[in-house]
Design a protein around this ligand. Structure first.
Ligand code: PMP
Length: 397
């Protein structure tokens, strides 16, 4: 039966992690990951999460099945975080949210739903994008192409190219947009640019699928959702996949949500019934624990404040690492300008290092990065940043 099955290629980033684990050098540094580490190099257990879990344990209950769409208070919390608690779209009953297995699960449920709704559509993702976007939408049955995004010359956004690409897409093409903290580049459109993008999406009748996996890591919870609110206020129907993996440091709990903003309450009811069918035939209903923890934090003002402060702490630490990296590289490699690292947002930076330099970092210094030059700024800390800056300066020579 399985004799003809070919070996699948290794996931490039998970493969890098395996290589890192096997490396015996004590000063090795893994900048290839997509995970936030604290200054001690540990994945933090947030105090808000610990408190919510303690409270949950105190009134532990039996675990029956959840409804297909998951925990209601979790979904409402996720929705408010995206659109704002007072969003008119929510009051009008036009927004529906289902609990999903991480941001990836939300993308998958959304992709499967869209595939039956728009079987002829194509999907456009940014060039470059999170590696799994292409694979996930292709597996859902869509042809996937890219729209212009990153400008390697300026280390910024190729906005003219992006607009041209979007304007050239056939009507009802699905456009996957990173709402904030673009992975892998760290380059985001400005609010004024998002406004222009919204106009194109509307004029060309495109279907936006906003992916927000790093809400709170850019400028703040509300600020990072600006594009979601801008699209909603422009009366654009859309899908949004959101993830709490990073913002709650709950990677393994698979906490995400799929939110759809529709044109009417009646539409929302019909859409929800179809999205539930997709879930029912995939995994029936989501797990309880992670969603309960997040729901408790989102719906308890004290825990929410604590969480927002902790998230702010993570954001500030990343920013501080960006500043220090730029400063240390200015000292060690004065011929190279890395100031663009300061304008990039979120966990990642497209460092501008080429594949050869990345390989040299790995082979000679035990520093692991993605071959595209993507580094995870959130993996830098006061103990490794001097070493990393010196090594980068060496490979630049
Ligand atoms: N979208 C983007 C852009 C991401 O970077 C990630 C996480 N690497 C995801 C979605 C998936 O998030 P999760 O781990 O919650 O499935």
């Amino acid at each position: 039966l399985f004799a003809s099955v070919e070996l699948a290629p290794r996931d490039p980033i998970l493969g890098l992690n395996e290589q890192f684990k096997a490396d015996t050098r004590s000063n090795k540094v893994n900048l290839g990951v997509g995970v936030y580490y604290d200054d001690e190099g540990r994945i933090p257990l947030l105090e808000s999460v610990r408190k919510a879990e303690t409270a949950l344990l105190a009134d532990a209950a039996a675990r029956s099945y959840l409804p297909i769409e998951g925990i209601g208070s979790y979904n409402q919390g996720a929705q408010k975080l995206l659109l704002g608690a007072d969003a008119p779209q929510i009051a009008e009953g036009r927004v529906l949210t289902v609990q999903a297995l991480g941001g990836t699960g939300a993308l998958k449920i959304g992709a499967d739903f869209l595939r039956s709704l728009l079987p002829q559509a194509r999907v456009a993702i940014s060039n470059p994008s999170w590696e799994n976007h292409r694979a996930l939408f292709e597996r859902a049955g869509f042809p996937v192409e890219t729209y212009a995004y990153y400008d390697a010359e300026t280390h910024g956004l190729d906005f003219e190219g992006m607009k041209d690409s979007l304007n050239a897409l056939p009507e009802q093409s699905i456009v996957v947009l990173h709402a904030c903290c673009h992975n892998p580049t760290g380059v985001d459109p400005t609010l004024a640019q998002w406004q222009e993008i919204a106009s194109i999406v509307k004029a060309r009748n495109l279907v936006p699928f906003l992916d927000i996996a790093y809400q709170g890591f850019g400028d703040g919870l509300a600020q990072d959702a600006a594009v979601v609110r801008l699209f909603a206020n422009a009366n654009i129907s859309m899908l949004i996949s959101s993830s709490f993996s990073k913002s709650f440091s709950l990677y393994g709990e698979r906490v995400g949500a799929l939110t759809l903003v529709t044109a009417s309450a009646d539409e929302a009811t019909r859409v929800l019934s179809q999205v539930k069918r997709v879930i029912r035939t995939n995994y029936s209903n989501p797990p309880i624990h992670g969603g309960s923890v997040v729901s408790r934090v989102l719906n308890n003002p004290e825990l929410f404040q604590l969480w927002e402060d902790e998230l702010g702490g993570m954001r500030d630490r990343i920013r501080e690492m960006r500043h220090q990296l730029v400063e240390k590289l200015r000292d060690r490699a004065p011929d190279h300008d890395f100031s663009f690292v300061l304008t990039q947002r979120g966990m990642f930076s497209y460092s501008g290092l080429n594949a050869e330099q990345v390989e040299q970092l790995r082979a000679e210094h035990g520093i692991y990065a993605v071959s595209s030059g993507r580094i995870c700024v959130a993996a830098l800390n006061s103990g490794n940043i001097d070493y990393v800056a010196s090594a980068i300066a060496t490979v630049l020579k």
